[in-house]
Design a protein. Structure first.
Length: 261
């Protein structure tokens, strides 16, 4: 059996064992599903590839890229060992994070986006939502963070520990944002079990915020990030901004873009 066939067989088994609810896929009709686990189209939508691409991968007719393998591992909620095996079957190094630590390197792609998106405010966060870098507009118009490393640079920490008026237009938008980032933090903790700073921050948030505890124990969140902010501005009084979050598979980074409505 070829390596591609081994990868396809493993991928199909992993897809079939994950329920839609575990993957955050909304329930759909018919209530009685004809296939166990996720359908190919559901997996493709979560990963960001076509259903035909997933089909060819499972049939051993296409070799996956490293980014697609890592995206599959995140969507399928693989353990570190399972992720390493899937990468090995695809012909890549066993694990992109052999020490189980959150990657905190600004990749070439992320740096390019920071350098070229100069007309909108942009910041880059790691998988735990700690701000790693930002462009000039982000620093001047959206947020200020300390230059030194620490939790004040972490979006989730600030979302549950800061007091004061919300920048979100409506309470439900803030609630949706908090639910989304807690769900992503929970996934990051599973992928990076050796990251002591991540686990320490999660423990402290459990101790400080009952809302965080409630969201941490909640089912997988099926919504998205809130998409509208009203940010105070020393020049304009306030700015109405749309919020969009892009995920970079390489480096497991979040590129957060704030643009004028």
């Amino acid at each position: 059996m070829r390596r591609d066939d081994d990868f396809g067989t493993a991928l199909r088994a992993l897809r079939q064992r994950l329920t839609p609810g575990e993957a955050g896929v909304p329930a759909s009709l018919p209530a009685v599903r004809r296939v166990p686990g996720l359908r190919r189209d559901e997996l493709a939508g979560l990963v960001g590839v076509s259903e035909e691409h997933v089909k060819r991968l499972e049939q051993g007719r296409r070799r996956p890229s490293q980014g697609v393998v890592d995206a599959l591992a995140r969507v399928l909620r693989l353990t570190s060992a399972e992720h390493a095996r899937l990468r090995a079957l695809a012909g890549f190094a066993a694990s992109p994070e052999p020490d189980g630590m959150v990657p905190r390197e600004i990749t070439t792609t992320a740096r390019r986006m920071l350098d070229r998106l100069t007309e909108v405010a942009v910041c880059v966060c790691d998988a735990s939502w700690t701000v790693l870098a930002a462009n000039e507009l982000w620093h001047s118009d959206v947020c200020t963070v300390p230059d030194t490393p620490g939790r004040e640079r972490n979006v989730v920490w600030r979302a549950f520990t800061e007091t004061g008026p919300s920048v979100f237009h409506a309470p439900e938008r803030l609630a949706g944002f908090r639910a989304a980032v807690v769900a992503e933090l929970r996934d990051a903790a599973r992928r990076y079990p050796a990251d002591t700073e991540l686990s320490s921050m999660i423990s402290d948030l459990h101790a400080r915020s009952p809302e965080f505890v409630q969201l941490w124990d909640a089912p997988p969140f099926q919504g998205g990030h809130a998409d509208r902010l009203r940010v105070p501005s020393p020049i304009h009084g306030h700015l109405d901004l749309d919020l969009d979050v892009l995920t970079l598979n390489a480096g497991d980074l979040r590129v957060v873009v704030y643009s004028a409505a």
